[in-house]
Write a new protein. Structure first.
Length: 538
């Protein structure tokens, strides 16, 4: 029997395997068993000359214990874990392995390992040099305070200083958590995430931010995550003078990330001279999870959701489910997963109500049971109740969500849609207007367009829905309401053309009665369906 044919000599093979052992025994991989198995498998297969068989199916079966029914379009485990593995390898070589003689990589769009034998010059690069790119903050002004009649703070997106540019989701998550935490404080107003994130990637003076957003304080900083360590820098700036009220750098184990957030919150409380009750402090310290990897999966899932594609939805679902495997009591993960299942029905990615609406309802109910004070959980239950035809319950849950957090944009939009489909489109408009103010980067043309449709203002509906459908050509609901509006307005040619566009996206989309459960009044649903039939959808 002929021996194996590979591109490496026996000496190189041995050196690579020694490097693999070094990686697997490092603190970064020691407690990441799943990623360790993945790494060992792709390295072994590559060294054995079997790189050509490294695909999603083979990896799912041999590494992640899936069976022959594995479908990568439904189960995103390989793609998500490959992304995590690439990030872990970058983190390892940026610090722990900065002087290692061999660099093992998993190139993008490939599952075969790549090996880079480093020169003596490369291997001697020090960790100190690598860290020169990090922002270094001083705490010399940490005792300064400010007296403001009504402190209003804008938390700018923290800059990702990690060696892996894809870690930006983690920096965004830290920013969003600080915004959420500070929003709980009495005596301080917090500019919404949607407004402050419009400055992402822009070097804008604090004074300009305050002038444009109506704030008088700015919190800005950076995040650098390498291996099991995280460095967070933060500074609080007074808008009118540009004076630094407080600045600090934290170098901690990744598991202490929540403690850092708590410390930043307390520094801001002190700087603004806020008086907190015991219940305020307890509410501020309430965390969704203490499991850092579960938290990380939720942040990854939220990033995948933004793609607004079926593939992104599959990856997001895997992330949320992985978070719940690690922490079965994580209410935020249940709520995010509930939205994921419900939207699979809304976007026609699922044909089964049981596997989408009913599943989403169960998850949302669990989220509320775990944390009845979480606005996002009630927003998810609001959305699930709507698609179960329980309009009054849906509206009650949506109203409770915005009582718990008046600035929760997702709750505002869900409640608005519930009121529209319940036949009270006029009352939904102030909710949409508020959501637009809080989230100026999103148009809300779909919500407004459906409201105009329900009010039989078809010309206005057409303008809004056409804009949304052009912006999101994969968002079938916008196309459906656009086609129906055209038909009911007497625009037969435009209505038919819109149906052609929809057929390109969803060739098998059918006009079924169960797809009209969102309408509380049957006559509204029939009017919508009549317009679609006139447009040519059967």
């Amino acid at each position: 029997m002929a021996g194996k044919i590979t591109s490496w000599s026996e000496s190189e093979d041995r050196t690579i395997r020694e490097q693999l052992s070094r990686l697997l025994e490092s603190s970064l991989f020691m407690h990441a068993e799943r990623l360790g198995r993945f790494l060992k498998f792709v390295v072994d297969e590559t060294l054995e000359g079997r790189a050509d068989r490294l695909n999603q199916f083979a990896i799912a079966i041999d590494v992640f214990d899936r069976d022959e029914s594995f479908d990568p379009t439904v189960d995103a485990i390989v793609r998500v874990e490959a992304g995590r593995l690439r990030s872990k390898l970058l983190e390892y070589y940026d610090e722990l392995g900065s002087g290692d003689p061999i660099r093992i990589e998993l190139p993008k769009r490939s599952y075969a390992a790549a090996f880079h034998f480093r020169s003596a010059t490369e291997a001697s690069a020090s960790l100190e040099n690598a860290e020169q790119d990090s922002a270094i903050m001083s705490s010399k002004d940490s005792n300064k305070t400010i007296s403001l009649i009504e402190p209003t703070i804008a938390v700018l997106p923290f800059v990702n200083m990690s060696p892996d540019p894809e870690q930006v989701y983690f920096a965004d998550g830290i920013t969003e958590d600080l915004i959420t935490d500070l929003s709980k404080l009495p005596g301080i107003s917090v500019i919404s995430r949607q407004s402050t994130f419009s400055y992402k990637g822009a070097a804008v003076p604090a004074q300009q931010v305050c002038d444009e957003l109506g704030a008088n304080l700015v919190l800005e900083g950076s995040v650098r995550k390498v291996g099991n360590r995280v460095r967070i820098t933060a500074q609080l700036i007074e808008g009118s003078s540009g004076q630094h009220l407080w600045a600090q750098r934290y170098d901690r184990d990744l598991g202490n990330i929540f403690d850092i957030q708590d410390e930043v919150n307390q520094k801001i409380v002190s700087a603004c001279r806020l008086q907190l009750s015991d219940s305020d402090r307890k509410n501020l310290e309430r965390r969704g999870t203490d499991v850092i990897d579960a938290y990380d999966y939720v942040l990854r899932g939220m990033k995948e959701t933004q793609a607004n594609t079926m593939e992104g939805s599959v990856r997001a679902r895997y992330c949320f489910e992985s978070a719940l495997e690690l922490d079965p009591d994580y209410a935020v993960a249940y709520a995010r997963l509930a939205f994921n299942y419900i939207f699979s029905w809304l976007l026609d990615w699922s044909k089964s109500r049981e596997e989408s609406i009913d599943k989403g309802f169960g998850l949302a109910t669990q989220a509320v049971a775990l944390d009845g004070q979480l606005a996002l959980a009630h927003a998810a239950l609001c959305w699930a109740d709507l698609w179960r035809g329980e309009h009054d319950k849906a509206i009650a849950e949506g109203q409770l969500a915005i009582e718990l957090d008046p600035n929760e944009v997702e709750a505002l939009e869900r409640l608005a849609m519930c009121m529209i489909w319940a036949g009270d489109a006029e009352s939904s408009l102030p909710l949409i207007d508020k959501a637009k103010r809080l989230n100026p980067n999103q148009t809300y043309d779909f919500a407004q367009g459906v409201a105009m449709f329900m009010m039989q203002k078809y010309d206005e509906a057409i303008t809004l829905l056409r804009s949304d459908f052009e912006l999101r050509p994969n968002f079938v609901p916008a196309g459906l309401y656009l086609a129906s509006s055209h038909a009911l307005a007497g625009h037969g040619r435009e209505a038919a053309a819109t149906i052609v566009d929809i057929r390109r996206i969803r060739p098998d989309y059918g006009l079924t009665k169960e797809r009209r459960v969102q309408f509380k009044n049957p006559e509204d649903g029939e009017r919508y369906a009549s317009g679609l039939r006139q447009a040519g959808l059967t």
